[in-house]
Design a protein around this ligand. Sequence first.
Ligand SMILES: [Ca+2]
Ligand SMILES: [Ca+2]
Length: 149
Amino acid sequence: MSIIPILLLAGVLMIASVQGEVSYEQFTNYGTKYYISMQREPFDLAKMNGRCKKLGGYLVQMDNKEEFAYVRFIAVSVSGRGPFFTGITDEKEEGTWLNYHSKKPAKFLKWRWFQPDNWWGEDCVEIGYYGLNDYGCEKNGRYICEVPF
Ligand SMILES: [Ca+2]
Ligand SMILES: [Ca+2]
């Protein structure tokens, strides 16, 4: 694993790291690391959560307002475009938003205007500046892993 320091923001260390074929931008906030994949590719909950598992974590789940704000901040801070998939999904039951990893209800949901709209059956969730949007689970994007340490 190679680790290259890129820049140091106030209280935020961002580095790029490579895990096998996948490159990530990495952030640290209190006792948690967050990895954002750098390549856009077709999303897949099980596959991407498996990759997060290799990093020691799981697809990001925002447990409170502060964590939500931080994850939103890093999603809009990274280079290149999203969308940025989270671990939130309603694939089991329409309108019931669970975290893929914990299988428990998502604790903090701040939706973008007019979302979620389940447009053509959207069961995954991406995060951006204006909040969350339900989005197709197989669409192209990047994803965010959460790794407690
Ligand atoms: Ca849905
Ligand atoms: Ca939507």
